[in-house]
Design a binder for this molecule. Structure first.
Ligand SMILES: [Zn+2]
Length: 417
């Protein structure tokens, strides 16, 4: 088993060790890997991400002696595997190496992970909601609580309590105890498997749980704990959160977005929701006014067209092409023409690309078949459409070069004026 230097201190960022085994790239392994006698690199486990960093060979400072550690994983036999990113050369077993851990990444992980201990304990203390899993992502972290729902008041309550523990700057200690002793201590979390000795992480007088991860040494180092959204998941409720540097970055991003929105409204940040509500209401009203105006316009245009058109064979045929209005307006116009009280047929087109046609007639007593007529006219130009005896709609593919006036006259001629 690899000796894990991070077990006793999360502050070890530099260490010396010896290479025990090297495995080159193979069909089952895409990157070469190194196993060391001891390491301070943390492997992915318990929800916490792995460390990255460097292994330097033989005390050398040449570029080819520096090997990038891109991923670190636990092997089943208790050894820790360091996967190397495109090394210029591989060390031999027995070689001396110097390990350096990416401090920024480690500090971030320690803040998120220790913050999770405090947050999980706060949810237990205040609402008896146990944490069943922890996830650390690139941007944010999350815990899954067994609760079917978590209210916004509970989110705010747990956040307040967790930050109180941060501000009190309580010591975070590592202890080793027997399983029997751990059971007597009443841990928040006991590992399921049988182990003789357990590693306990204790946030003084607040939380105690068995954990193999890396943690800060006092709660103040967690920094701000910021809770984000919560959502229902299969096994309960997922609560997203960020700690320390991440919380500052995320709050800054939120602030920038909100400031931009406020500038658009020329308002204060906290007035943005009201401004958006007002805008949504305004645009609904404008949309309604536009619909009413179009309806009235279509009606007036329909009446004028009927007035100008002579009656033949007991009905009026209105032929009209709109070059500046869409098919929706053409349809509205056709409906107004055919529902104005006198028997009429409307052969209407919108020449706004893609070209659309609407054929309609006053229902009852009409002899023509609009659906059949439209199909016939459109099939001659490669268009598609259809409908009932009294109303039909169709069009031609976008970009088609078609003389629409000619098409409508052809339809009018078929009906017979
Ligand atoms: Zn932990």
């Amino acid at each position: 088993m690899t000796k894990r230097l991070y077990y006793d201190s999360s502050e070890i960022h530099e260490f010396d060790s010896v290479v025990e085994e090297v495995t080159p790239v193979s069909s089952t392994q895409s990157r070469p890997a190194v196993i060391l006698r001891e390491t301070a690199f943390y492997p992915t486990s318990g929800g916490q991400g792995h460390d990255t960093g460097w292994l330097t060979l033989g005390g050398g400072d040449r570029a080819k002696d520096r090997l990038r550690v891109a991923e670190v994983a636990d092997a089943e036999d208790g050894r820790i595997v360091h996967y190397l990113e495109a090394p210029a050369r591989l060390p031999l077993a027995g070689a001396a190496v110097h390990g350096s851990i990416d401090r920024e990444r480690r500090r971030d992980h320690m803040q998120q992970h220790t913050g999770q201990h405090v947050l999980s304990a706060a949810f237990i203390e205040l609402y008896q909601m146990p944490t069943v899993s922890f996830h650390m992502g690139e941007d944010y972290c999350s815990i899954d609580l067994t609760a079917p729902s978590v209210s916004s008041e509970q989110i705010a309550g747990a956040e307040k309590r967790a930050n109180q523990i941060v501000l009190e700057n309580r010591p975070v200690r590592i202890r080793y105890v027997s399983r029997a002793e751990a059971e007597r201590l009443g841990l928040r979390k006991l590992p399921p498997e049988e182990r003789d000795e357990l590693r306990l992480i204790e946030v003084a007088d607040f939380d105690m749980s068995a954990c193999g991860g890396t943690h800060v040494s006092s709660s103040g180092q967690i920094g701000l704990i910021l809770l984000r959204k919560s959502e229902r998941v299969r096994q309960g409720t997922r609560v997203e959160f960020v700690c320390g540097g991440r919380a500052v970055r995320m709050a800054r991003r939120d602030y920038n977005a909100l400031s931009e929105a406020a500038a658009l409204f020329s308002s204060q940040l906290w007035d943005v929701p009201d401004q958006i509500r007002k805008n949504v209401e305004d645009s609904k009203l404008v949309r309604k006014q536009k619909e009413d105006a179009l309806d009235q316009l279509a009606e007036l245009m329909a009446l004028a067209a009927l007035h100008d058109q002579a009656e033949t064979n007991g009905r009026k045929i209105v032929v009209r092409t709109f070059s500046d209005r869409d098919i929706g307006f053409a349809k509205l116009f056709a409906q107004k023409v055919t529902r104005a009280g006198t028997p009429a047929i409307a052969l209407v087109a919108s020449s706004v690309d893609p070209l659309g046609l609407v054929f309609a007639q006053t229902s009852g007593g009409a002899k023509a078949d609009m659906g059949a007529l439209l199909k016939q006219v459109l099939s001659s130009v490669g268009g598609r459409g259809g409908g009932s005896r009294d109303f039909a709609q169709g069009g031609v593919p976008a970009g088609s070069k078609i003389n629409v006036e000619q098409l409508l006259q052809q339809a009018a001629g078929t009906i017979g004026t």
